[in-house]
Design a protein around this ligand. Structure first.
Ligand SMILES: *Cc1c(COP(=O)(O)O)cnc(C)c1O
Length: 333
């Protein structure tokens, strides 16, 4: 199994490759959460990363590892979310052609945004599976390189650079709270943090609606789950039945993987806005949400990763409004 784990050497190499290409985001003390928990709590403000999420780290690192001829042919992906945004931007910066495939059901504003970041868009079919078939075709017929969102050594190593920054900012960190979907972020962060500080604990957090990694850990192997809508939309999706890296890394390196309800996620978003003046998406709010819900037992400094900020602002406004009203009064649409 050890050959499937991404090493600290690969993560340190990624840090060198990313220097000057990604923002070294701040880690700040949270007065409100420290007071509430009685522990030093820090927030890693990764939602201020270029393109609005940590996904730029993995995408940039994956691009840096391509050969010259692979760069000349270009890259392709099916993600319409933060990975698609990050890959579009990173490829544009490197002068590499990027094609993002998406179905006709993807909202126009998402399509426009990814095009604006510099990618070519290919609209195909009616589902994510149709879009993925087009990706496979482009890989086969045009020799483009598929850059997957999480289950890839270069992606994991890139996300792991965030863990190195946490260790630099809080060398005595006791517990890191990390959002988990496919597990690329958690795998990289856990590998980096535990290599530098073996006593540190890594707690993964997912939403309780269709948490594929949690279900897979319970089953002892990657399994499919039914997807449902969540405030933490960036945490949706499976881990892949043929998962090669992140299932084993999460299983071996994380100390726990806990689940949050929609209300707990909403409370995290509202707290970030009202007490920290930070606008974050649902996926990024799970660390704060878990602390507010009293679901984290920790000794020393806690670091919560705020992983992204690509939220619909009307949805964000309704969540904050509902929180202020304690859900008593209806909020304006
Ligand atoms: C992708 C994403 C995650 C989850 O990352 P994985 O590597 O898939 O576990 C968490 N938060 C945000 C904002 C994301 O875009």
């Amino acid at each position: 199994m050890t050959d499937k784990l991404v090493t600290i050497a690969e993560i340190e190499k990624a840090r060198d490759a990313l220097a000057g290409k990604v923002v070294h985001t701040p880690t700040v003390n949270s007065v409100s959460l420290s007071e509430m928990t009685g522990l030093p709590v820090f927030l890693k403000l990764e939602h201020h990363q270029t393109t609005g999420s940590f996904k730029l780290r993995g995408a940039s690192n994956a691009l840096s590892r391509l050969s010259t001829s692979e760069k000349q042919r270009g890259v392709v992906a099916a993600s319409t979310g933060n990975h698609g945004r990050a890959l579009a931007y990173a490829a544009h910066l490197e002068g590499v052609r990027a094609i993002i495939c998406m179905s006709r059901l993807v909202p126009q504003n998402k399509v426009d945004e990814i095009r604006r970041l510099g990618a070519e868009i290919r609209i195909i079919g009616k589902s994510q599976d149709d879009a993925q078939e087009e990706v496979d075709r482009l890989v086969q017929e045009s020799g483009l390189t598929m850059v997957p969102p999480f289950d890839n050594a270069s992606i994991i190593a890139g996300q792991g650079t965030l863990g190195l920054e946490i260790i630099d900012a809080v060398p005595d960190v006791d517990t890191v709270l990390v959002p988990v979907s496919g597990g690329g972020l958690a795998s990289g962060v856990a590998a980096a943090v535990k290599a530098k500080r073996s006593a540190a604990k890594i707690i993964g957090i997912s939403m309780d609606r269709g948490a594929a990694m949690r279900a897979s850990l319970d089953a002892g192997k990657p399994v499919l789950v039914e997807e449902s809508e969540s405030l933490a939309d960036s945490l949706g999706g499976g881990i892949g039945i043929d998962n090669r890296f992140t299932f084993a890394m999460v299983r071996d390196l994380l100390d726990d993987l806990i689940l949050l309800s929609e209300d707990e996620i909403a409370a995290g978003m509202a707290h970030a806005y009202m007490h920290e003046r930070e606008i974050i998406e649902g996926a990024a709010a799970v660390g704060i949400g878990a602390l507010l819900a009293g679901k984290i037992r920790a000794k020393g400094p806690v670091v919560a990763i705020l992983s992204g900020r690509n939220v619909d602002m009307n949805q964000h406004r309704r969540i904050v409004c509902a929180d202020i009203n304690e859900r008593a009064k209806p909020c304006p649409a």
